[in-house]
Design a protein around this ligand. Structure first.
Ligand code: IPT
Length: 976
């Protein structure tokens, strides 16, 4: 077996190694070797068979595997009926002893074999692997070609003297772990395999082995420059051609072009460049743009741009790290549709296809190197490879392979050295090498806060209060005055913030307001785009989406891998819809009098000419009228007012209702169709009274000692509501708890000395409240029940005073809540009333915010109006069940059984949660698929709620959204 303690790959002989070069699209023949390969999984290196490299080795009893894919995915076991091992998830911790450079003996091996035919032998042939996760040893026709390291980087071998016309046999043995695994400790599944395309490429004599395109754009003159360096095999020169601009010139010349259209994420203008020699022509899309740092600002084409970014990993619920091209296209379109303009390729160079698309659709990309040694942090950073000389080559090798592969993409605006690798001279050396090779892009890395060898200052999960200091250059100084001065001249980026795990993140607006307040702030990248769920089955064979710990891992980090704006199937989570509103590049506001629309253009380069504006008025009864608004073009970063049209004013004057204005695409774009909404805003004149069909006049003789008030029946011995008309009601109680969200289970970064909120809640018993009847009175006005709600072993409590008054169509409930007894220094999760009614009541209509959910610090995408949904549709299908799905600002709702019976509720606006299971069942479930309806419809009406925050990784709930215990009063009305 080949030595697995080497951190860099090797070619045998060294001359077989191909110098790292750009991925180029060429007219020279290429043969894809993707498809079904023979495959054998061995649990350990010791179990792996001998002799597999021999062309005549008998692999007839092996299974098969699609290439590219990750071999441990349950999809393979299910579909191919073979045991190929299992995925394993860890965040920071290594899944093997920290014993560098040794991999563990329990080191799975995947043997891959492919027989393929070569029609015609061409003079020079390369075998290219775009990505092999793990440490591979490669043989062609029995000849050892070499080994690979660097899982998300290309490995290329010259096979001219080994490939034969006719049948060839390619063998790739991958050991999951090697020394290189110490450099690949990203927070994600450990998933070895041939994860990207494999091809055989002919390299003509006199062909083009590499191209480096240098462009820039001068906003002052509108001109640009172009220099194309070409490496021609065997020497000689190449010719470049840019037909659109009439350019034909020898490569190597610097050309000044008087007029070019610049490339930006907003207007991704590409030109087609060809580079030719008599033997070969390569074609590349190129863009003219300049990235620079000046006056502590990050400038593209001379202007400070705001990055509205996401961190993107490569993951697919069936094929693992290999993501099909149509999925990548789908996700980038989704990003554009949700106003995302930047991608950090966390935490490794992506499949090159992503960069092609990002050039075309328009994204600013931070290309990040495949380096993370986070697990050394758990052992005090002792022997961290980032600072150990024996790892220097490996670091440089990775930097070089990334830059050479990706250097021609206009979308890449920064190079990132990696993630969470501590600090040290090997990182500094990477930076120096990159600077020498490509001075046109700044260098990013978050792990080195002195920024000694970096160009921008980057942090992750900094709370808004820290960002506010940085915005105004008021950050605490570094000890070294020189370094401090250097850093103070840098722009600032949040390479990760707002942890989109489960229900949340809360508090996006507060970050965005800061980003827009200071040109020093470059914006940031949400953590993260995608949940890494895996389609699998439970112990009983039932389908489910799995996470860490579901695959028998010895150590794992649970559902921390499920933290995205979209599910693993790329289904948007509510937080993506919210983000679209927070990131909207155009802000609309209607003045308080409802006469004027203000358009604030937040694009950095683009006027509003590509947008159309519209209005819609929805009256309190649900009827609507709509029309267009004429808005003169508003320049980039400018603002203007436009009067609302007479029809809109007339409609709004007709009675209570909601006026919505919106900006939509006027024409089809590459990423959305005409009519796609980019921004909206509302003005409402609806009050609960304007919706209330229940009159408040007392109904004569409505109450009695049996506890009837109007349609309400209250149990005299407990004070609990037990019926509304003929609808039976159960589980009536005061609710102060919620099924903990992932953020509730996190320890906020500013509250590190406190246990997580979910634990503080259970410590004071919010999850197990009991009730004692204090008093029950009934007279001709109604029924009044006072109960004291508290928890075993505690002396704190709450007096709940419910006064029920019969009214003509139903019953009015006046609620008063008063803390009683020993204080608790723990926020409440909510202040609400909950109850259940029969499960047939499954259709909900409401006036309030929707269609999506919202909490005090989320739900930016939920708009006021009438909405309807089934109870099932109201559930957010989080992989790990948790509190979710509340609709905010509800003024009235109706729950009907489809057979003419309905419960109607109104009153002071509240948050409404309706679900087919109880809060306890929700809290107890570990996977979505465990939840099943219990035959009841469970309703929680919240007068107040605690915020969501982003404490699963980052700051907790911001102070303005914390629900501290206190007295409250509110009113509800029920009609049945
Ligand atoms: C940060 C990591 O960079 C990222 O990979 C991911 O783990 C994220 O956190 C949380 O999901 S590192 C952490 C110490 C903040």
């Amino acid at each position: 077996m080949i030595d697995l303690t080497a951190p860099v790959g090797e070619a045998f002989p060294p001359a077989r190694a191909r110098t790292p070069a750009a991925t180029l699209s060429s007219d020279a023949p290429v043969q894809s070797l993707d498809g079904m390969w023979r495959f054998r999984y061995s649990r350990t290196v010791a179990d792996a068979p001998d002799g597999v490299e021999a062309p005549d080795y008998d692999d007839s009893d092996w299974s098969e595997i699609p290439v590219p894919s990750s071999w441990g995915m349950p999809w393979h076991d299910r579909t191919l009926g073979a045991d190929h091992g299992a995925p394993a998830y860890t965040n920071v911790q290594y899944p093997f002893p920290v014993d560098p450079p040794f991999p563990p003996d329990a080191n799975p091996v995947g043997d891959h074999r492919l027989r393929f035919d070569v029609q015609e032998l061409l003079p020079r042939t390369e075998l290219r692997f775009a990505g092999i996760e793990g440490a591979a040893t490669v043989w062609l026709n029995g000849t050892l070609l070499g080994t690979t390291r660097g899982s998300r980087l290309p490995s290329v071998f010259d096979v001219s003297d080994v490939v034969i016309a006719g049948a060839n046999v390619l063998v790739v043995r991958i050991a999951q772990f090697s020394a290189a695994s110490y450099l690949e400790d990203q927070d994600m599944w450990w998933l070895p395999g041939i994860i990207r395309r494999v091809e055989l490429a002919s390299r003509p004599h006199g062909g083009i082995d590499d191209v480096f395109v240098h462009t820039d754009y001068d906003p002052a003159t509108g001109g640009g420059t172009l220099t194309v360096d070409a490496v021609v095999h065997g020497g000689g020169t190449a010719e470049i051609r840019l037909a659109e601009l009439g350019v034909v010139a020898p490569a190597g010349d610097t050309l000044a072009l008087d007029t070019v259209e610049p490339w930006s994420a907003e207007q991704p203008r590409l030109y087609e460049l060809t580079v030719s020699t008599p033997a070969e022509t390569v074609t590349l899309p190129i863009g003219f743009r300049t990235v620079e740092i000046r006056d502590a600002q990050f400038l593209v084409n001379g202007r400070p741009v705001l990055l509205r970014g996401v961190n993107r990993h490569e993951h697919h619920p069936d094929s693992g790290r290999a993501v099909p091209r149509d999925t990548v296209e789908q996700e980038l379109r989704l990003m554009k549709q949700h106003n995302v303009n930047a991608i950090r390729t966390s935490h490794y160079p992506p499949d090159p296809y992503l960069l092609e698309l990002a050039d075309r659709l328009g994204f600013y990309v931070i290309d990040e190197c495949d380096v993370e040694t986070h697990g050394f942090g758990l052992v005090g950073w002792r022997r961290n490879p980032s600072d150990e000389p024996e790892w220097a080559d490996a670091y440089l090798d990775r930097a070089r392979r990334m830059v050479e592969r990706d250097k021609n993409h206009p979308c890449i605006v920064m190079w990132s050295l990696g993630n969470e690798a501590g600090t040290g001279r090997n990182l500094a050396a990477m930076s120096e090498w990159i600077r020498g090779r490509d001075a046109s892009r700044p260098i990013h890395y978050e792990g080195e806060q002195d920024c000694a060898y970096l160009d921008v200052w980057s942090r992750m999960y900094a709370p808004p209060s820290d960002v506010a200091l940085i915005a105004t250059f008021d950050e605490p100084p570094l000890d070294d005055p020189d370094l401090d001065a250097r850093r103070r001249a840098m722009p600032f980026v949040l390479c990760e913030y707002a942890h989109a795990m489960g229900n949340g993140p809360g508090g996006l607006d507060e970050y965005q307001e800061l980003f827009e307040s200071s040109p020093r702030l470059m914006g940031g990248f949400i953590w993260e785009w995608l949940e890494h769920g895996i389609r699998t089955t439970d112990a009983d064979g039932r389908p489910r989406i799995g996470y860490g710990g579901d695959f028998g891992e010895v150590v794992h980090d649970g559902n921390f891998v499920i933290d995205g704006l979209v599910s693993a199937d790329r289904e948007p989570r509510p937080q993506l819809e919210d983000l679209a509103v927070v990131f909207a590049p155009v802000r609309l506001t209607i003045d308080p009098a409802g006469q004027t629309l203000t358009v604030r253009n937040r694009y950095d380069f683009t006027g509003t000419g590509s947008l159309a504006f519209a209005w819609r008025f929805e009256a309190a009864d649900g009827t609507a009228t709509e029309g267009r608004i004429e808005v003169p073009e508003v320049a980039a970063r400018a603002q203007a007012d436009a009067p609302l049209p007479q029809e809109a004013l007339a409609a709004s004057a007709g009675g209570a209702g909601v006026l919505t204005v919106s900006a939509v695409l006027a024409a089809d774009a590459d990423w959305a169709e005409a009519g796609h909404e980019v921004a909206w805003s509302q003005r409402s004149t609806v009050t609960s009274a304007s919706l209330d069909s229940t009159r408040t006049a007392p109904a004569a003789g409505a109450a009695s000692m049996t506890g009837n008030a109007g349609i309400a029946t209250v149990e005299p011995r407990t004070g609990a509501l037990v019926a509304l008309g003929d609808i039976d009601v159960a589980d009536w109680r005061l609710e102060l708890w919620r099924a903990p969200t992932d953020n509730d289970r996190g320890r906020g970064w500013e509250e590190r000395d406190e246990p997580p909120m979910s634990e503080r809640w259970t410590a004071v018993g919010l999850d197990r409240l009991v009730s004692r009847l204090v008093s029950f009175d009934a007279d001709s006005d109604g029924v009044r029940a006072v109960t004291r709600v508290s928890a075993a072993a505690h002396d704190w409590g709450v007096l709940l005073d419910c006064a029920w008054t019969g009214v003509v169509d139903g019953v009015r409930l006046d609620v008063s809540v008063m803390p009683d007894g020993g204080p608790i220094a723990v926020p409440w999760a909510r202040l609400g009333l909950s109850f259940s009614i029969p499960g047939e009541f499954g259709a909900v209509e409401w006036f309030g915010r929707g269609p999506g959910p919202g909490y005090p610090d989320t739900g930016q995408s939920a708009r006021l109006g009438w909405h309807s949904a089934t109870v099932d549709e109201l559930q957010t299908p989080h992989v790990r069940p948790q509190e979710s799905g509340a609709r905010r600002d509800v003024h009235a709702f109706r729950l009907s059984d489809g057979k003419g019976r309905a419960l109607r509720t109104g009153g002071d606006p509240f948050a409404l949660t309706v679900r087919p299971w109880s809060t306890e069942a929700l809290a107890a479930a570990t996977h979505r698929e465990e939840l099943a309806g219990d035959g009841r419809t469970h309703i929680v009406i919240d007068h107040l709620q605690h915020g969501i925050g982003t404490a699963s990784c980052g700051p907790g709930v911001l102070s303005q959204y914390v629900l501290w215990p206190g007295p409250a009063r509110f009113q509800l009305r029920f009609t049945a």
